[in-house]
Write a protein that binds this ligand. Sequence first.
Ligand SMILES: Nc1nc2c(ncn2[C@@H]2O[C@H](COP(=O)(O)OP(=O)(O)OP(=O)(O)O)[C@@H](O)[C@H]2O)c(=O)[nH]1
Ligand SMILES: [Mg+2]
Length: 331
Amino acid sequence: MEVIKVKDTDIQSALDMVKRQYGSDAMILEIRKKRKYVFGPTYYELLIGIEQSSAKGNLDNLEALEKAIKRLDAAVSALAVKEDELDALSRQTGFSKELLVKARAVPTEDWKNTLRQYLSNKLEFVRLESIKFQTFPKVVVLLGPTGVGKTTTAAKLAGYLLLERNVSSGFVTIDTFRAGAVEQTKLFGKAMNLPVEVVRRPHQMQKVLAKLPDAHYVFVDTIGRNPKEIGKLTEIKMYLDELEEWIPVLCLNAGLRKEEMQKAFEYFNKVFHIEYFILTKVDEAENISSAVEFMAENGLKTLALTNGQNVPDDLLFPDIENVLGMVGLSL
Ligand SMILES: Nc1nc2c(ncn2[C@@H]2O[C@H](COP(=O)(O)OP(=O)(O)OP(=O)(O)O)[C@@H](O)[C@H]2O)c(=O)[nH]1
Ligand SMILES: [Mg+2]
């Protein structure tokens, strides 16, 4: 209960005022007759108790509610404007609204630079040659769903190392379950005069490496797996567990939707700790914004992009500025 004081020289008008203002919920707790100074006029001081639910309280609540509704109204209209801006910017850039909000690209006028800054902090590009290995040869395992371009990409990487770095590689394929898979690698090997070994049992892995004494890098080409088949991924891992050291590289096709990329990454990441990434078939994708968003949000180290069927030419080693340019964010 709230207690208030009401002062008036006339007790009736004081009571009328209390009734008018606070309604019938007001309770008169005490009436005191007072004098301001010794010979001054008398007046009445009423102590009134008011229940919180009284008319005045309700009035106050109503006023507060009205103000809150107005504030809410303003906030909702501001949000609606933002939502429109977000939609438009998302369509324009190809990045998701979530990313634009996270990057604080809306509501700033300078969204391009804000976005550039956000992505530059998150994207990482690493050259295969700069990755430190403890063992020799350096074993690089290409993983990914069926048909993303693992075999072709392995051949492109080996071709690049040979032609541009004068470094020799070998191929190991554990893709023995599908007709034509081994032949495909063998064709690439033959064209570049690089050795190809086929492994049919996990325990053969280590021995096979010994058969490739001149190879600085060994590219292990794995069977394309529907990432949902966790059991089959574990089977691939059994082969790799025979090796002392290897790096798994996830290959995903730039034409996949961001959600599909995320799902595939999560499945492969459960079995292999995925740190390195190659974005394939960039040439076939309408834009690569969602792929770039995927790379940034998962903190992946991107080794390369592939942009066509030509081996070994259609392989790119972009830096951040190149990729920002590809998604329309060049300076
Ligand atoms: N347009 C385009 N096609 C590509 C690219 N990379 C690979 N391909 C083509 O994609 C098809 C599949 O490539 P592969 O290298 O066999 O794919 P994979 O991932 O090894 O496939 P599986 O072993 O069946 O899982 C082939 O026709 C390649 O020529 C690329 O960057 N751009
Ligand atoms: Mg293949």
